[in-house]
Design a protein around this ligand. Structure first.
Ligand SMILES: Nc1ncnc2c1ncn2[C@@H]1O[C@H](COP(=O)(O)OP(=O)(O)OP(=O)(O)O)[C@@H](O)[C@H]1O
Ligand SMILES: [Mg+2]
Length: 391
């Protein structure tokens, strides 16, 4: 079928044709939105966690769209190693502040802009295109310490937003990459927001790998109570069906039931796989009904894409010692977490500490994470199958 009309969207952060299985999350966000819009009151922030390819980035994008529609101040950015957290945040915030300011005829955002300017100066962030006459706010966000200055900034933004009748939404992707001190600063600021009464309308959604909650907890002892933790998991059968069926129905195409079963079994509910499978079946089929043959051909094709795009490059980047550990994890766990002690004995090592170097390196590379102390698991779904097929 015509690839130009292909509705499926495999990739990183690409909005799928149907955002399946996330209705309850959007319903909950609507409560947050209404509380802010109707009462000017904020709520407990969210931490979204999930494996690679479950749809974290896409969700942040949707929340951003909803908030921008409401005229909120929105900052969405991705934490990157070797990049300053403060600078990424300020850059993301700046364009939204500029837009909000244009609508702010009464100058209610003036003070917040001055505090924002202090923040950029105090954090040595280089030049943001302000008018020269905008004075930094003396004594606010000027300590040079991220936790203090970020707190001042968010509190001031929250007050300004409330006076205008809007909210502030901070969306942080790949939060597991932040330094512990940056996580601590963010939590300190949100803790302060939570203590205002009524709570200021500043809402944070941080997204990251499943290691994120314990990283946040080691950065601040109260992080466990500060946030609502939500896990994004694979889609159940009904939702996975919807993800494959609805986009094609809209184009007058349908699935033979057996063909659909093959595609669903191949994708195992993983949002990224569903897009990859849907795309390949579409491109290889004649239509207007996808047959078993189309599905078989398409899923093979999709598997090749996933191998090339998701697994091969990660495997190639691992050193021989890291590959040994990955192989043991695949053999012992088959996709589930495994105790490092068990991995060590499977590899003929005397103790778990003999694996600490490759373990730490693999965690840094983002290939594995520790679901709990002393346990390792893959961050990429299906990686174990790929590894077991390697020589
Ligand atoms: N709810 C969903 N229904 C159907 N497809 C989805 C859904 N969520 C995401 N996808 C698709 O899954 C793929 C991965 O999405 P996304 O990049 O948001 O994942 P991620 O969790 O951010 O991954 P990573 O950890 O690698 O950054 C995209 O192709 C996207 O279109
Ligand atoms: Mg992502």
């Amino acid at each position: 079928m015509d690839p130009v009309l292909n509705p499926f969207k495999p990739g990183a952060g690409l909005r799928p044709p149907i955002l399946a299985g996330r209705d309850s999350l959007f319903a909950d966000f609507d409560v947050v939105r209404r509380k802010i819009a109707e009462l000017g009151e904020g709520d407990r922030s969210w931490i979204l966690t999930g494996l690679r390819g479950v749809g974290k980035t896409v969700l942040l994008g949707e929340l951003q769209r909803i908030a921008l529609n409401e005229g909120w101040i929105v900052a969405k950015f991705e934490v990157r190693r070797e990049h300053s957290f403060a600078e990424e945040l300020a850059t993301a915030l700046f364009s939204s502040l500029r837009t909000a300011r244009r609508q702010d005829k009464e100058g209610k955002l003036h003070n917040a802009l001055r505090v924002f300017k202090s923040f950029t100066l105090s954090m040595n962030l280089g030049v943001f295109a302000f008018e020269a006459e905008l004075e930094p706010a003396a004594g606010y966000a000027a300590s040079g310490r991220l936790s203090t200055d970020l707190t001042d900034l968010l509190v001031e933004l929250g007050e300004a937003a409330r006076s205008v009748g809007i909210g502030v939404l901070i969306l942080v992707d790949e939060l597991q990459e932040a330094e512990s001190s940056e996580m601590a600063a963010l939590s300190t600021a949100m803790h302060q927001i939570n203590q205002t009464s009524p709570v200021l309308p500043v809402f944070l959604v941080g997204a990251g790998l499943p290691s994120l909650p314990s990283q946040l907890a080691s950065a601040n002892s109260y992080a466990e109570r500060l946030y609502q933790f939500r896990t994004l998991s694979v889609l159940g059968d009904q939702d996975a069906r919807a993800a494959l069926v609805q986009p094609v129905i809209e184009r007058d195409v349908s699935w033979d039931e057996d063909a659909l079963r093959i595609a669903l079994d191949a994708a195992t509910g993983y949002p990224y796989f569903l897009q990859e499978v849907g795309k390949a079946v579409w491109n290889n089929a004649r239509g207007p009904v996808f047959t078993v043959e189309d599905a078989e051909y398409g899923t093979d094709d999709a598997r090749r894409e996933v191998n090339a795009g998701l697994y091969q490059s990660r495997w190639d980047r691992a050193t021989p010692a890291q590959k040994d550990l990955l192989r043991a994890l695949a053999q012992e766990g088959g996709g589930e977490g495994v105790a490092v002690r068990q991995l060590a004995s499977a590899m003929g090592k005397s103790s778990a500490s003999a694996l600490s170097v490759p373990r730490d390196e693999l965690i840094k590379k983002g290939l594995v994470y520790a679901p709990e102390r002393g346990v390792l698991a893959f961050t990429v779904p299906g990686f174990h199958d790929f590894i077991l097929r390697q020589d």
